[in-house]
Ligand binder design. Sequence first.
Ligand code: SF4
Length: 315
Amino acid sequence: MAEIIERERKSSVLRRPALPCLSRYYTINLTAGCPCECRYCYAQSFQPNPGHGKVVFYTNTADLLRAELPRKRVKPALVYFSTACEPFMPYKPILDSLYKVMELLLDHGVYLLISTKSRIPGEFLQLFAGHPGRVHVQVGLTTICDDVRRLLEPKAAAVEERIAMLRDLISHGVRTEVRIDPLIPELTDTEESFGSLCTEISRSGAKQAVASYLFLRRANYGGLAVRYRDWSFLEMLKRLYTHKIEDYCGGTSIRIPASTYRQNKYERLKAIAGDHGLTLSLCGCKNPDLTFDCCHPALPTSTHQPEQEELFSSE
Ligand code: SF4
């Protein structure tokens, strides 16, 4: 586990993410920095990241939120956990604080969208089960080979734990899907790798998945110079990362595989997923040349309340 530095938050808790595709939601990051050390992560270059092996834990988040929520003229419809850290870090004070924050939001009728690569503790599952239809969890998983997982996401939960997590969430009635992101060409998008992933997802009871290829920008380039057996990231990169999107999600420039590669692959991956009873969606932000799909779920109609209309006016 990373070194935890406890600090009091000075600014407001509810923030609008900078990425335009998420900016209609609010987000809460309980920490600055993340212990998972995913090699493709660009969030760790954001300020105020404390640097490798360190995590700043904002200890007063729940108290600030309790004071902040009643002051909001328009109540948040959905809060996303989290844009720049793993929410369920295995450190009790962080989990205790996260529980208070999530409980507070759910008690205020706020919908939670959670993206995680960790095991979610049982008390959270009970909490979510008590608010049916209010919590949507995306479990990140791109491979069932734990050697590949360890190479790409060295300190995130093992494959087995994430599959178990899918089962636990589904058995507690939580809306659950798998986030197959980032797919890495010729490593995790092969028939064998993707097919066995779909087999395990399907066995877990999940029915939905969202996928997207790894995109590259300066901040996440260096850490990915890895090899696995006869596959080399740098060699693959030179051949396939030939397409540039200048206006990715509102401004930055990214590199992704060429349209023809992605189009052919996505069609094939969707077919494989379909053979396993899974519906696969794509991320439209990272594939504006291919789809308008969104990789974040719409709110269920039962949660559509008057104060949430503002959220959907742009849809
Ligand atoms: S879990 Fe998310 S925020 Fe943390 S290192 Fe991995 S990609 Fe980055």
